[in-house]
Design a protein around this ligand. Structure first.
Ligand code: 9MG
Length: 310
């Protein structure tokens, strides 16, 4: 997929979506085939299971499907509300994986998890064929980093299957995105892009309630772009769709702290908590146990603790 294809596909102009309802609670509840995700008074946590040899942090750790499934089960035990299964690395410069290879990586993990966990499973793919097979095996949500742009069949699939879909912003492709990210006004452009893709999805037949938006931290962004977007999350939250943020162990944290991915836990938790207070509904993380504890405290500060002694 060339950049030219991506930028010409489905874009209906740079205007921001004026017609979106403001957040009224409606946008915080997501219905899935395996239950409801209610983010009205609690942050939803998505645990990352990469079944890849080359992901930037956990690449190569879960090539055995039994190990990947066991990790998913322990994420659920420690507080994951969703498990996100990916079979193609999206780190900057990562190679494209064939559909067959991606299917061989993710399906055995989804099959095992579906037998053992009740939480919704999300399939991290931009390929409709992979998403379709994953949904058949029991996945519930499609996490599409291309926001329905890379595969024309994807919008048809999520419409027909009536499943929630994550629309993420990315400038370029994983192969090109960090070459020279450029924006005049990153927050405005990301908001306009997400509004245009929400409109595209709705016109294709996707229910508004099934659309989750995501600024795509680290996808074609400099350190400054990422920080501006995290600071601007309230603007994106006000678009009225559930808002997902993924900052876990990403390069911008390494740039701030001058630390490698395996030393970025504390920075990742700080970013997650900042996102929660800025209005994010779903946080995508590698470290479920640690992040869940931090978020429980953040949620208690935001909403109180039911039955707490005064
Ligand atoms: C697959 N993947 C990697 N980072 C991500 C992010 O920030 N958001 C979403 N939706 N997916 C991501």
């Amino acid at each position: 997929m060339s950049d030219a294809n991506i930028h010409s596909a489905n874009r209906s102009g740079g205007d921001s979506e004026k017609g979106l309802d403001s957040m009224d609670g409606r946008g915080c509840v997501i219905k899935t085939r395996h239950g409801m995700l209610d983010a009205r008074r609690r942050t939803v946590l998505m645990g990352i299971i990469n079944v890849t040899p080359d992901s930037f942090y956990d690449g190569g750790k879960r090539l055995d499907p039994d190990r990947a499934a066991a990790d998913g089960m322990s994420m659920v035990e420690t507080g994951a509300d969703i498990l996100d299964i990916g079979g193609e690395s999206t780190r900057p410069g990562a190679g494209v994986v064939s559909t067959e290879e991606e299917l061989q990586r993710v399906l055995p993990v989804i099959q095992r998890l579906r037998r053992h966990v009740k939480v919704p499973i999300s399939i991290d793919t931009y390929k409709a064929q992979v998403a379709r097979a994953a949904l058949i095996e029991g996945a519930d949500i499609v996490n599409d980093i291309s926001a329905l742009r890379f595969d024309p069949q994807m919008a048809l699939l999520v419409t027909a299957e009536k499943v929630p879909v994550v629309l993420m912003h990315m400038q370029g492709t994983p192969q090109t995105m960090q070459a020279e990210p450029h924006y005049k006004d990153v927050l405005r452009e990301v908001q306009d892009f997400l509004a245009a893709q929400v409109r595209f999805a709705i016109e294709a037949g996707v229910d508004r309630e099934n659309i989750i938006i995501d600024p795509g931290i680290g996808f074609g962004k400099t350190l400054d772009h990422n920080l501006t977007l995290l600071r601007g999350l309230p603007t994106l939250a006000s678009m009225g769709q559930p808002l997902l943020v993924g900052a876990s162990r990403k390069t911008f944290i390494g740039k701030i702290l001058r630390l490698e991915p395996d030393e970025r836990l504390e920075g990742s938790i700080a970013a997650a908590i900042a996102a929660v207070f800025a209005g994010a509904h779903i946080i995508r993380v590698h470290d479920v146990n640690e992040t869940r504890k931090a978020i429980r405290v953040a949620d208690a500060i935001r909403f109180g603790v039911p039955g707490a002694q005064r």
